[in-house]
Ligand binder design. Structure first.
Ligand code: LMR
Length: 400
């Protein structure tokens, strides 16, 4: 009965890892998926995560019961505090409802489905370009996806004018997806002044902000600084949605732990919103997994563990910045044609190199370097040892 099922293409990001795993070359290098690697090229489990897990294992009172539909209450509270700030008036006034989600993707999906059911506008504007999963998540939830200009290939920076024009022309009430920090794939963020202009424009047109916060701590190295754009929007008392992921900043990729917060104008609205979120979640996956959320809650509620986390997070962010400098230096030393300063200007886990899909295919074929076909490289997957190999490949790709 399934004989007519056609072969689906691999995912543009996760499919890169599938291809990488099949490659038998000892020099192969995976710069596709945004996953942090050590200088030795190994995945990293944060020490603070190991400590939290030890605490959980030693606690004999812990059981494996179902969590509530909305997840671990303590985790939800602490997650809202992490992104909105300890002194957030929205939290103090009980205007925020937070549910645990299956990392960033699951949190976005639940938020999208809630909007499709309960919000009067079905159009969501996403930046061009954006993370490849965004349009799929919103489309499948029943929203209609449009784009707004974001990245200017000529300057390899923000097309701020284009962004303002496109959001200015959006219908009143439309939903707007915003990357809270460390924009994926471009590594280009608005300045705080530009964020303020975006906020004013959006509020004046009643556009609804939906933040995707997947890299808090990776843009500046500070959790609070990276949360500023979200807090700017929450400070004006208006509504917004925020999807958080702990995949990158706590290295909990496979634990699938994240949160969705919906900031409302009034506390009673917020509790009704929560009741509807439960109706979205229950038929989708019943209730979320316990382990990852317990790790996060253990870290966030303990001052020592929290401080240790910020140090480890900063070390990851700093190593990525060092890789940017090393790659830039290596290309400069090779005299590779073109201006490569965007490698050190862009922020977060990725560099949007400007290499085209043919050049990427060449680098994969000849140098066994795996990256997404849009020319994005995960700087977090690079190490001092592999920088020369990558620089050789880029040089050959642009000079051939
Ligand atoms: C990425 O963009 O590489 C990450 O967000 C991982 C993913 O799920 O795509």
């Amino acid at each position: 009965v399934f004989a007519n099922v056609v072969q689906a293409p691999e995912d543009p990001i996760l499919g890169v890892t599938v291809a990488y795993n099949k490659d038998t070359s000892p020099n192969k290098l995976n710069l596709g998926v945004g996953a942090y690697r050590t200088e030795e090229g190994k995945p990293l489990v944060l020490n603070v995560v190991r400590r939290a897990e030890q605490i959980l294992v030693n606690d004999q009172a812990r059981v494996k019961e179902y969590l509530p539909i909305v997840g671990l209450a303590e985790f939800n509270k602490l997650s809202a505090k992490l992104i909105l700030g300890a002194d957030s008036p929205a939290i103090a006034e009980s205007r925020v409802t937070t549910v645990q989600g299956l990392s960033g993707t699951g949190s976005l999906r639940v938020g999208a489905e809630f909007l499709a059911r309960h919000y009067h506008q079905r159009t969501i504007y996403i930046p061009l370009p954006t993370w490849g999963n965004h349009p799929k998540i919103f489309t499948i939830a029943g929203l209609s996806v449009k784009t707004y200009r974001y990245y200017d290939p000529a300057t390899r920076g923000l097309d701020f004018q284009g962004l303002l024009e496109d959001l200015g022309a959006a219908p009143s009430g439309a939903i707007v997806l915003l990357h809270a920090c460390a924009h994926n794939p471009t590594g280009v963020d608005p300045t705080l002044e530009q964020w303020e202009q975006i906020r004013q424009l959006m509020r004046s047109k009643a556009l609804l902000p939906f933040f995707d916060s997947a890299y808090q701590g990776f843009a500046s190295g500070s959790l609070d600084i990276d949360a500023q754009p979200v807090r700017l929007f929450v400070a004006d008392g208006g509504e917004c949605l925020v999807a958080q992921s702990y995949a990158k900043n706590m290295g909990l990729y496979g634990e699938r732990v994240g949160a969705l917060s919906i900031v409302c104008k009034k506390a009673d609205v917020s509790s009704r919103v929560e009741s509807q979120l439960k109706l979205v979640i229950r038929p989708m996956y019943s209730n979320p997994p316990l382990h990852g959320a317990s790790i996060v809650a253990t870290v966030l509620k303990d001052r020592d563990l929290y401080n240790e986390w910020t140090v480890e997070l900063k070390a990851m962010a700093d190593r990525i910045i060092t890789m940017r400098q090393k790659l830039f230096d290596a290309l400069t030393a090779r005299g590779t044609p073109g201006d490569w300063s965007h490698i050190i200007k862009q922020i977060g886990m990725f560099t949007f190199t400007g290499l085209n899909s043919e050049q990427v295919a060449f680098m994969t074929k000849e140098y066994h370097i795996y990256m997404t076909s849009d020319g994005r490289i995960s700087m977090a997957g690079l190490s001092s040892k592999t920088v020369p190999h990558l620089a050789d490949a880029i040089h050959a790709a642009v000079t051939r």
